[in-house]
Design a protein around this ligand. Structure first.
Ligand code: PEP
Length: 255
């Protein structure tokens, strides 16, 4: 049985004061909610204050990016150890905005996943096709390549640390959500690839989040699907009330 997992990706939003307010709101709003893992992924500048604010709560802390090197002359970059040091347990890797605007490739994403696993961080590994790829009918080909290349040389023992996030690029921040069936079909496909690579037990245990305009109003329908185990949430994670409602609806009406 896979435990639902909801993570908020705050992207480049929230100054430190706003970030503390937001996380405090979420903390009190979900104190009585059980049966779901919850994480927030603020910008680097708020990681430290949020790390303090969530002590003694069940909210987990994630970063939105990382460099693969442990240290060195890499101006502007942050290492896995630095994230660990500040209290992160998670890190988003390969978000489509990083692939599109910052030139991330399957190869650099693979380096990042390997590097964070070495220090004990848990990657949320994002994959997803663009609108034109979906229209050309090559969604599965793209997803297969992203998964296979991203997980290249990752050992079976590490798979329990990895969450996969399926985020169709055309649904991120656009208000267009994939239908629950459209999303679930790709989740089933991803689980099939994991089965080929690592066997059935690992495939059945790996959590696959859906991401792309998830809101409190559509999470329950998505969670009813067989292979959707939670969500990576952008816009709807930026206000405490909407994120709390979404988290509650992910367990109240889910399977
Ligand atoms: C995201 O940032 O990963 C995302 C899915 O954004 P949104 O929920 O705003 O579409």
């Amino acid at each position: 049985m896979r435990k639902p997992f909801i993570a908020g990706n705050w992207k480049m939003y929230k100054l430190t004061k706003e970030a503390i307010q937001l996380v405090n709101g979420i903390k009190s709003g979900i104190s009585d909610v059980n049966g779901v893992d919850v994480a927030v992924c603020p910008p680097y500048t708020s990681l430290s204050v949020i790390s303090e604010a969530i002590k003694s709560s069940k909210i987990m802390l994630g970063a939105q990016n990382v460099h693969w090197e442990t240290k060195g002359a890499f101006t502007g970059e942050v290492s896995p150890q630095m994230l660990l040091d500040i209290g992160c347990t998670l890190v988003i890797i390969g978000h489509s905005e990083r692939r599109t605007y910052f030139g991330e490739t399957d190869e650099t994403i693979n380096k990042k996943i390997k590097s964070v696993l070495l220090v004990g961080l848990n990657p949320i590994f994002c994959v997803g096709e663009t609108l034109s790829e979906r229209e050309k009918g090559i969604t599965e080909e793209i997803i297969k390549r992203q998964i296979t290349e991203g997980l290249k040389d990752i050992k079976l023992e590490s798979m329990s640390k990895i969450t996969i996030a399926y985020e169709p690029v055309w649904a991120i921040g656009t208000g267009k959500t994939a239908t629950p069936k459209q999303a679930n079909d790709v989740h089933i496909f991803i689980r099939g690839i994991i089965k080929q690579l690592y066997g059935n037990e690992i495939a059945q245990n790996v959590r696959i989040q859906y991401g792309g305009s998830v809101k409190s109003e559509n999470i329950a329908e998505l969670m009813k699907e067989s292979d959707i185990d939670g969500a990576l949430v952008g816009g709807a994670s930026l206000e405490a009330d909407t994120f709390i409602k979404l988290i509650k609806n992910s367990v109240t009406h889910g399977v």
